[in-house]
Design a protein. Structure first.
Ligand SMILES: [Fe+2]
Length: 346
């Protein structure tokens, strides 16, 4: 790590302590966008804003709007746009200059804030998850990653939680000096729509087991972060979930945390999951790759996207890739009405 007195974003360097968190509780999530009048224009995109769609299926880039200045009704509107576009890229933001409390106040508008079970945070806030990568702390090219052809790993964040993350705010602090270290996203609603109607109908009747156990075990191994704040859990979620703000259906399985489809034989479960993971990874027509610029903040809806970091950057010039993340949790994933009994999700 650089000497803390010389580094501009020293207050966001990761700290690790050995505190424990209680198990997460069930709660009633209220989707902010349900408070928005759908017949009116979105007012948070003011006259000075510049809006660019990244691809037809996913992602909108916004300049000229400060996240830190939005009112609660405007954040409700943002939530509606987020549900529709899945990924919002805000440029020229002063979000990182705000106090930790102010940042958390904005993020918590979207749902109860999540504390990561194994990762480091910033001093003074357990909800501020930190990603700090430099030559000495290169998780992409050390340990198990050394034996992989690619470090691309499409995933939902923490899908094993009973209330998995929803709106997720990732703020760039220091980015590689030339290029590289982009983040790529895929629309899980578009992935769902690409499937044939009969296969979609079948998937809607399925549930899958999501597990945090392996991630917890990796953390405790030599080379892991050594942190484990909560007892790891496993949760059964529908394979197709309904977004509470838009009513759209999305595939909800991912290579990082989904273990198997309940009730199917091993080969059947593996065949279906492989098919879906291939669809997610290879269908670039519903991907969006975001290049980090200075003062960029990305907001994505974790319920209807998968994402991966692209670890193609070099540390040769002393480069650092440093971000912090605030993560709102959402509702318990909603199954397609009439397709699953309550017992199937117990
Ligand atoms: Fe992630």
């Amino acid at each position: 790590m650089p000497p803390t007195s010389e580094y501009k974003w020293a207050r966001y360097l990761p700290v690790a302590d050995d505190y424990k968190e209680p198990d997460l509780e069930d709660y009633n999530h209220v989707e902010p966008s349900t408070r928005v009048d759908r017949t009116k224009e979105l007012t948070f995109l003011n006259g000075d804003s510049e809006i660019t769609e990244i691809s037809p299926e996913i992602g909108t880039e916004i300049r000229g709007v400060q996240l830190s200045a939005l009112t609660p009704p405007e954040l409700d509107e943002l939530s509606l746009l987020l549900g529709r576009r899945a990924l919002l890229v805000f440029r020229g933001q002063d979000f990182r200059d705000q106090t930790l409390e102010k940042q958390k106040q904005i993020a918590s508008h979207f749902g109860r804030l999540h504390v990561h079970p194994i990762s480091r945070h910033v001093s003074g806030s357990r909800e501020h998850l930190v990603f700090y990568r430099n030559k000495e702390n290169d998780v992409f090219r050390s340990g198990a990653a050394q034996n992989r052809v690619s470090t691309t790993l499409w995933h939902h964040d923490q899908s094993f939680e009973c209330h998995p993350p929803s709106a997720t705010i990732l703020t760039g602090l220091t980015i590689p000096s030339k290029c590289g270290g982009d983040t790529e996203y895929v629309s899980m609603t578009a992935a769902y729509r690409k499937l044939s109607p009969s296969f979609r109908e079948y998937l809607e009747t399925l549930t899958a087991l999501h597990s945090g156990v392996e991630q917890a075990e990796e953390s405790l191994k030599k080379g892991g972060s050594g942190i484990l704040r909560r007892t790891p859990i496993e949760t059964v979620h529908p394979v197709v979930r309904v977004h509470p703000g838009t009513g759209e259906k999305a595939i909800f399985v991912n290579r990082a945390f989904t273990k198997h489809i309940i009730g199917l034989k091993v080969e059947e479960s593996e065949a279906i999951l492989s098919l879906l993971y291939d669809l997610i990874a290879k269908s670039t027509e519903f991907h969006a790759r975001v290049r980090w610029e200075d003062a960029t903040v990305i907001v994505w809806d974790n319920r209807i996207t998968n994402h991966t970091v692209i670890s193609d950057f070099s540390y040769d010039k002393g480069d650092i890739r440093h971000h912090f993340r605030l993560t709102a949790t959402g509702e318990r994933p909603i199954p397609v009405p009439g397709k699953l009994s309550p017992e199937a999700l117990a």
